[in-house]
Design a protein around this ligand. Structure first.
Ligand SMILES: Nc1nc2c(c(=O)[nH]1)N[C@H]1C(S)=C(S)[C@@H](COP(=O)(O)O)O[C@H]1N2
Ligand SMILES: [Mo]
Length: 526
């Protein structure tokens, strides 16, 4: 065998062994809980350790596919490192085993340091690492014997008999290949199966579908007939749950059994509160439409959605808790450790419909949108208000506590900025001459949009027709019927809010507190 072929086989055995680590760990995690999966724990640790700017880069590169991108990257790294460890183990045993040991240790640290992780979660990583190390060591030994047998069968001198050498070569060859193929195939089958079980968190998903939400004590006002303009290509006024953007640091959607869920109100309060899901559902719930936006949403971006939320007013809960003098924020905490710091005054404001939401568009909150309970606060970006998988609200001070994104370079306060977007026609599309409906949405939640204007090339700003306003807390559709002439044109949009403030042209990136600037597209009229 050539050196190259031996190295390649050694590397393959290393990659197979890494597959065994992951598959066995995934299998054990089926029994002790999905949060014990080392791959996801390491990914989450990477997310938490990454500097703030990285989020922006990942989101701008991959949008809501940022998690898939991270996992792909980790996959490539695992292949490269385990392949190298395979070669090392063959040439300089036990160095390959040591590399695996270090990798396992890092994974173990990641698993047990996750928010709320019990120590038992470490078991799957340990069992997986031991299994992988055994496979690595034995398969590299077999490869070494196969290589030795090849050398014997080709060296003429000390050959006992050509047949014996030949058959021992076959034996060693088979020994290695069987191990690699069997271990590899088993890792793929077992690992994929176990991962699917861990990912779907079937139990909680089944519990969720059985929940019957109560009728709201305060229903939303009937929607004005003209809240939706009937323009093909414009974003629907209400975003369906399936189309609602998803942004969070959770590589695995947390699964919370609502029977075991409680919300604790703690910190600077006269009365600490602990609320169960059943108690929450018995309270007078309200229904409100609110548009939720991500601070990472760039000019023209789609990290924004509008939904009908069902929930209990947070101000009522705070009334029962009675915040102490000096408190000015509520640090809300997710079961996975994410936190958001929201101004206490906003949550207590009788005019702000901040909800402990349990329903979204007539359905129980979907798992990836925070089941069983999340916060929704009109007028604030999600990173400072919309905590999903909510388990604690700590009444505190901005001078004492910080939400997850603040030490990563984002502003402590995150009021939504006035913005507008062109949905149709699409950028760089070709449209035939005639009247073209240029349409989109504009928003400044809790303030309200008063007018939208459109400019074609360097022409005058022309006022667009606005859809009826449902409330200041939701976006408004707009349309401008443009008499389009042939050629390439630039179209820009800008909105003015109810206070008379117009969006400025100067571009600001999403970090640290939200993008600014006019959305502009180019269309080709033919
Ligand atoms: N637990 C948890 N809640 C979270 C986040 C998170 O990372 N973890 N991200 C916040 C951010 S940045 C936004 S924009 C909204 C997005 O909510 P959605 O995914 O339901 O659209 O959730 C907020 N709540
Ligand atoms: Mo966000």
């Amino acid at each position: 065998m050539t050196v190259r072929k031996v190295s390649l086989l050694a590397a393959i055995a290393g990659v197979v062994s890494a597959g065994v680590v992951l598959a066995v760990a995934e299998l054990v995690s089926v029994f002790i809980g999905a949060a014990a999966s080392p791959l996801f724990a390491v990914g989450s640790l990477v997310i938490d350790l990454a500097p703030g700017g990285v989020k922006e880069i990942m989101v701008s590169l991959f949008g809501t596919g940022d998690k898939a991108a991270l996992l792909t990257l980790m996959g490539i790294l695992i292949v490269v490192i385990s392949g190298a460890a395979g070669i090392l183990e063959l040439r300089r045993s036990p160095w390959g085993v040591i590399v695996f040991g270090v990798g396992g240790l890092i994974a173990l640290i990641a698993v047990v340091t996750r928010a709320g992780a019990p120590a038992i979660n470490g078991v799957s990583t340990i069992v997986g690492a031991v299994a992988g190390v055994v496979v690595l060591h034995i398969s590299e030994q077999r490869l070494a014997r196969w290589r030795a047998a090849t050398e014997r069968s080709t060296s003429t001198g000390e050959r006992p008999s050509p047949n014996a050498a030949e058959s021992s070569l076959q034996l060693e060859r088979r020994g290695f290949l069987t191990m690699a193929v069997v271990a590899g195939a088993a890792a793929v089958v077992v690992g994929t199966g176990a991962r699917l079980i861990n990912a779907t968190s079937t139990k909680v998903a089944a519990i969720r579908t059985k929940i019957v939400l109560p009728k709201p004590a305060v229903a939303t006002a009937p929607m004005p007939a003209n809240a939706s303009l009937d323009i093909p290509g414009v974003t629907p006024y209400v975003t369906s749950n399936a189309d609602f953007y998803r942004i969070d640091t959770a590589l695995q959607v947390p699964s919370i059994d609502p029977e075991k869920w409680t919300l604790k109100v703690t910190g600077m309060v006269e009365n600490e509160i602990e609320l169960t899901f059943a108690e929450l559902l018995k309270k007078p719930l309200e229904e409100h439409l609110a548009t939720l936006a991500c601070v990472s949403n760039d000019v023209g971006g789609d990290l924004i959605g509008n939904a009908l939320w069902l929930g209990y007013p947070i101000r009522e809960l705070l009334k029962q808790a009675v915040p102490k003098a000096g408190a000015d924020m509520v640090l809300s905490r997710s079961v996975d450790g994410f936190t958001a710091g929201t101004p206490l005054s906003v949550l207590q404001d009788p005019g702000t419909e901040a909800l402990l939401a349990v329903g979204m568009n007539g359905e129980t909150l979907p798992l990836e949108h925070g089941f069983p309970v999340r916060m929704v606060v009109p007028g604030l970006y999600g990173y400072v208000s919309a905590t999903k998988w909510l388990v604690e609200m700590k009444v505190s001070k901005f001078s004492e506590d910080q939400g997850y994104w603040i030490p990563r370079g984002w502003s402590a306060k995150g009021p939504i900025k006035l913005a507008s977007r062109i949905d149709t026609p699409l950028n760089n599309s070709s449209v035939s001459a005639g009247t073209v409906a240029v349409a989109g949405v504009a928003w400044e939640q809790h303030v309200g949009v008063a007018s939208v204007e459109v400019q074609v090339d360097s022409g005058p700003w022309v006022e667009a027709t606005l859809a009826d306003s449902v409330s200041a807390d939701t976006w408004r559709q707009w349309v401008y019927r443009w008499p389009a002439s042939k050629g390439s044109h630039k179209i820009r949009v800008r909105a003015t809010d109810v206070n008379g403030t117009t969006q400025g042209q100067a571009y600001a990136p999403p970090a640290p507190n939200g993008a600014e600037g006019w959305h502009e597209i180019t269309v080709n009229i033919s």
